[in-house]
Design a binder for this molecule. Structure first.
Ligand code: KIV
Length: 295
């Protein structure tokens, strides 16, 4: 039987809902959001008091080691979302719909969105794209599933965008993002992620919309912020976007810990007496006597 504790429900901290998001926007209180992909990280984050946890398809890059997010499947996302929902009891949990889980038809998108709530304990889903997603968003929302939009740098379109590059720097592109943001709001999104767009533009969009914007590489004028946890913990070393602030150097800490372990195993310093199972002397003597009498 597992001895892993489930997250204590902090009576002082109520469950965060999409309604809380709306209230925070109204009160101009910034919304905090981070990504998580496993139980212990979700537990720590939830206990720290984060408003929302996104099980992002960044999973593919920072946990599964892919070059981009395109190979991530629904089964990958559900597996990790289940672990996160076992750890986090208060934060609003958002499952990121992976590539090809919502592009084929609104009906298939609805079926997959439903799986995040029904099988994996998520409270909402996120999907990328603007006006081309409106029918899909309307159908999912009409089934009672909250949808978060995602505009600007949309990593599932990395090949179309020509790489992971900032978006909306030209007036025409900025206008398109603004128009898409209004369309997503009108289609029923409860919030929109704005990724890697000019801070001025993100501030303007945030002021224009009634729903909260969550920025990543979009400046301080958004209604909330999200970071990929492996980036902010310094755990993912392959590539870190310049908008990331590192709050720890876990890659360095891990390397040091692993190195110390190897040195101590090789020098027999580990395991020490306190790490060993004791046996009473009389039991040991009885054991030896029994072994010797059998010889
Ligand atoms: O997949 C992800 O982690 C995301 C965030 C970058 C918003 O979509």
């Amino acid at each position: 039987m597992s001895t892993i504790p489930t997250a204590p429900i902090n009576a002082a901290r109520k469950k965060i809902t999409t309604h809380t998001f709306q209230l925070k926007k109204k009160k101009r209180q910034p919304i905090s959001m981070l990504t998580a992909y496993d139980y212990p990280t979700a537990l720590a984050m939830d206990q720290a008091g984060v408003d929302s946890i996104l099980v992002g398809d960044s999973l593919g890059m920072v946990v599964l080691g892919y070059e981009n997010t395109l190979p991530v499947t629904m089964e990958d996302m559900l597996h990790h979302s289940k672990a996160v929902s076992r750890g986090a009891k208060s934060a609003l949990l958002i499952g990121d719909m992976p590539f090809m889980s919502y592009q084929l038809s609104p009906q298939e998108a609805l079926r997959n969105a439903g799986r995040f709530l029904q099988e994996a304990g998520m409270d909402a889903v996120k999907l990328e794209g603007g006006k081309e997603r409106l029918d899909t968003i309307r159908l999912i929302v009409s089934a009672g599933i909250p949808v978060m939009g995602h505009l600007g740098l949309t990593p599932q379109s990395v090949h179309q965008l020509g790489g992971f590059r900032a978006q909306g720097k030209l007036a025409s592109a900025a206008q398109q993002i603004l128009e898409d943001a209004h369309l997503l709001q009108n289609a029923g999104c409860f919030s929109i992620v704005l990724e890697s767009i000019p801070a001025k533009l993100a501030t303007y969009i945030s002021e224009q919309l009634d729903i909260p914007t969550i920025g990543i590489g979009a400046g301080a004028g958004c209604d909330g912020q999200v970071l990929v946890t492996h980036d902010m913990l310094g755990l993912f070393e392959r590539f870190t976007p310049r908008f990331v602030k590192k709050y720890a150097d876990l890659h360095g800490d891990l390397q040091r810990a692993f190195g110390d372990y190897i040195v101590e195993v090789e020098s027999r310093e580990f395991p020490a007496k306190e790490h060993c199972v004791e046996m009473k002397e009389e039991e040991w003597e009885a054991f030896q006597a029994a072994v010797n009498s059998n010889q």
